[in-house]
Design a protein around this ligand. Structure first.
Ligand code: ATP
Ligand code: MG
Length: 449
């Protein structure tokens, strides 16, 4: 019984009083990405399990431990997407986007599903904003993608976020590195977790991404990939840093970042905060030059990042950054009696056609109860309508913040009210700008149209 009134562990409801923050974030990330030429792509919530096994990698934590996988009624193995890159790469191939202008710049806001241990900043259903740039090997693309994430944080006024950068080389550089890693971990073999023991043979780099505390400690002393990268990869990394410097984006090189997906190559990066607890990575990304080919497509060097919007909201909260709250109700019209109710219904409908959020009584309440309701929903203006008002065609508009009363004609209320609030906003703006703004007569513009 209790189960049906409790959301599944690791999932969250976003209540109406909070959802404006998500709506704002979802809107601005797509807008800012749009300025960089990224176009939104919408991909399915579930895919063939094999896509993630190949695209994310068999030896990753995500595939080995975290996927929501089930057989559908047609006997297909289906997995709820744990991330977006594999689905985007699949869509890129399926729709032949590689034949269009390259690089393809794609972005998305999606919910992802991972069976992880729920804690602050870690959920089983969570939202990511992601971008992918497919079809460019240039280090300028790396800097561009990083600068997009940086731009979003700057736009929101976030500070103290550290950009950590690393290069994990290409399959060529990995040969020597894997040998060095194997040698190191062989000597610590008795303390590694069972999953990592298995990884030792198949993909020793994955051990570096293990969350078990003992494995983490062992990793501290492991050789760093950056010391093993080839000349080409090294030159690429130097160029990325040079472009970031030119864009005035500061970073630190952290040789410990390897990222959780198998097909990452060369540049990897994370934006990390120390203000939101242990799950401090707000954004992570990098190059995946081998992924599209791995999925059976043409050689397509690519890169991207994903930003956890839940962690981003935690960070905004921690830094006391308020997001703009839309007005829930611009005007509440309180009718008294049947005639007034008819007129109130006409008025709110006219107001809404003029783009104004307007509400009236739909619960048959007394005037007193209606005013209480208007106050609760935060109505900015109220208007009481009785038989007198209707007869005279006029009613009082009350500003709920300061009690100011203005008489309004009912005849053309939709348009008049819009003009009225624009005038009020302009006055407030003039006042906040000080006397200098007085030299320009705003009222002449507003009154004449
Ligand atoms: P972590 O090290 O925190 O597990 P990850 O390397 O698994 O992160 P990615 O797959 O790179 O994460 O996902 C990109 C971003 O998505 C992360 O930086 C984080 O902000 C967010 N994210 C990942 N997993 C979760 C989760 N379970 N709950 C909330 N946000 C998450
Ligand atoms: Mg993870």
């Amino acid at each position: 019984m209790a189960l049906i009134t409790k959301a599944v562990k690791g999932t969250q409801d976003i209540l109406p009083s909070e959802v404006y923050k998500n709506q704002f974030i979802e809107q601005i990330v797509i807008d800012i990405a749009g300025k960089f030429g990224f176009r939104e792509l919408r991909i399915p919530v579930f895919e063939h399990t094999e896509l993630f096994q190949r695209g994310v990698g068999e030896t990753t934590d995500v595939v080995q431990k975290e996927m929501y996988t089930f057989d559908d009624k047609g006997g297909r193995s289906i997995t709820l997407r744990p991330e977006g890159t594999a689905g985007v790469a699949r869509a890129f191939l399926e729709h032949g986007l590689f034949n269009e202008a390259l690089p393809q710049k794609l972005c998305y806001v999606i919910n992802c599903y991972r069976y992880e241990k729920p804690q602050a900043g870690r959920w089983r259903e969570f939202q990511q904003f992601g971008v992918e740039m497919l079809g460019t090997a240039s280090p300028a693309a790396d800097a561009e993608v990083i600068s997009l994430a940086n731009e979003i944080f700057a736009f929101l006024g976030i500070e103290n976020l550290q950009l950590e950068l690393n290069s994990i080389g290409c399959p060529e550089c990995r040969k020597n590195y894997h040998n060095a890693l194997r040698e190191y971990f062989e000597s610590k073999k008795e303390n590694l977790c069972p999953t990592c023991l298995e990884r030792l043979g198949k993909n020793p780099m994955r051990i570096l991404d293990c969350k078990s505390p003992i494995c983490k400690e062992i990793c501290e002393g492991a050789p760093a990939i950056i010391d093993y990268i080839c000349d080409d990869c090294s030159r690429h990394f130097e160029s990325v840093k040079k472009y970031l410097d030119a864009m005035n984006i500061s970073y630190v090189v952290n040789p410990r970042i390897v990222r959780g997906l198998d097909y990452y190559t060369r540049t990897v990066f994370e934006f990390v905060s120390n203000q939101i607890g242990a799950q401090g990575t707000v954004c992570g990304g990098g190059r995946y030059d081998g992924l599209v080919e791995e999925l059976g497509g043409p050689h397509t060097p690519s890169l991207g990042f994903a930003m956890g919007t839940g962690r981003l909201l935690m960070l905004l909260e921690a830094q006391g950054i308020e997001l703009p709250k839309p007005d829930a109700c611009e005007i509440y019209i309180a009718p008294m009696g049947e005639n007034a109710t008819v007129e109130a219904m006409r008025l709110v409908s006219e107001l809404r056609s003029n783009g104004i959020s307007a509400q009236t009584d739909v619960a048959g309440r007394s005037l007193k109860a209606q005013m209480k309701y208007a106050d609760k929903i935060g109505a900015r203006y109220t208007m009481v309508l009785g038989d007198n008002e209707i007869e005279q065609g006029k009613a009082n508009l009350k500003n709920m913040d300061n009690g100011e009363i203005t008489e309004a004609e009912l005849e053309n209320l939709g348009e008049d009210f819009m003009e009225f609030i624009i005038r009020k906003q302009t006055e407030a703006l003039q006042q906040s700008l000080g006397d200098d703004a007085g030299s320009f007569d705003w009222s002449s513009i507003i009154n004449n149209n």
